[in-house]
Design a protein around this ligand. Structure first.
Ligand SMILES: Nc1nc(=O)c2c([nH]1)NC[C@@H]1CN(c3ccc(C(=O)N[C@@H](CCC(=O)O)C(=O)O)cc3)C=[N+]21
Length: 291
């Protein structure tokens, strides 16, 4: 058996077409959706992601504002910028690219974003709301994963779902969304004993660990849907310089029922959901001012 490939670029193109239509309708009513992106420091991977986000905005008719700070930026500088963006009615979404340099207080920065503009869904109040099923904004990567599951017709209700990774930005919200959708969810991580015991039971397996090709075919249940959230740049070996996921694609593909590739899988869907959250925020703002 060889798995069906879940094409994140194709699904993104479809969803982004719909988002562009909503953005155009808002712009015609005098409210062009606008996303502000703050990038601190010169991490090359972050620069690529931010460039992709800004390009995605442009193509969908969403205005974007970019604020680049040097590695040496102070907490006060970033907080002052957030205060200004919070107060600006023309800005509908604010994203602070993570990770931040170590001398900055990430929690304080995320908490300073107006939750009505928290299109990443990382503010503690949004996290709490997600756990109660009354979210303001759903975090983009896990939301993109749910859309991909939906697109393949993978049943979530009653399914055994295993999430590897317990980060605040992927693993935990992913587990919460799957739980809200009726899956039986197991969260595995670096301290899990006998990881393969858990993964082999998974109808839905989500890998978000940051270790290249860590999940191999022998860890996958035949017919499972495998979602690879990892984005790793290989350092050495024959594929040095290439991107790969947390899943060993070739061996997993031979066992799974459906699988996402890297690149061209979850990454583009993350950006798509960011664009959607920005449009949702702008639609709410337009409604609030009667437009
Ligand atoms: N506040 C914040 N929000 C985020 O959503 C956020 C973040 N910080 N920090 C880092 C992660 C990572 N992330 C990606 C976005 C797009 C691709 C993407 O476009 N990937 C392409 C390839 C990119 C490449 O060529 O390197 C693909 O998979 O096909 C990947 C990763 C968003 N993140």
């Amino acid at each position: 058996m060889t798995a069906r490939i879940i094409d994140g670029n194709a699904l993104s193109a479809q969803v982004r077409g719909e988002i562009a239509g909503r953005a155009a309708a808002l712009t015609a009513r005098g409210v062009q959706p606008c996303l502000a992106v703050i990038l601190v420091g010169g991490d090359p991977a972050s620069a690529v992601y931010v460039r992709n986000k800004v390009a995605g905005c442009e193509k969908a008719g969403i205005r974007s504002l970019r604020f680049d700070y040097p590695e040496s930026a102070t907490q006060d500088e970033v907080m002052a910028r957030l205060a200004e963006l919070n107060a600006d009615p023309a800005v509908h979404g604010i994203l602070v690219q993570l990770p931040l340099p170590k001398h900055l207080d990430e929690t304080a920065v995320l908490e300073a974003i107006d939750i009505k503009k928290d299109v990443d869904g990382f503010h503690a109040e949004n996290v709490g709301r997600l756990s109660q099923g009354r979210e303001a904004f759903i975090p983009c990567t896990p939301h993109g994963v749910m859309k991909m599951l939906e697109s393949t017709g993978t049943p979530v209700q009653g399914a055994e779902a295993v999430v590897i990774g317990r980060s605040n930005i992927v693993g935990k919200p992913m587990a919460m969304l799957l739980t809200n959708a009726g899956a039986t969810v197991t969260v595995c991580h670096s301290k899990t004993k006998d990881l393969a015991f858990h993964t082999r039971r998974a109808d839905i397996l989500v890998a978000a660990i940051g270790k290249p090709r860590f999940v191999t075919g022998d860890m996958v249940k035949p017919g499972a849907t495998v979602i690879d959230v990892g984005i790793n740049r290989l350092q050495d070996g024959p594929d040095a310089g290439k991107l790969c996921g947390d899943v060993d694609f070739e061996s997993a593909k031979a066992v799974a029922g459906a699988i996402t590739p890297v690149p061209g899988g979850v990454g583009p869907m993350t950006i798509t959901m960011l664009l959607e959250n920005t449009v949702i925020s702008a639609e709410r703002a337009a409604r609030a001012c009667g437009k």
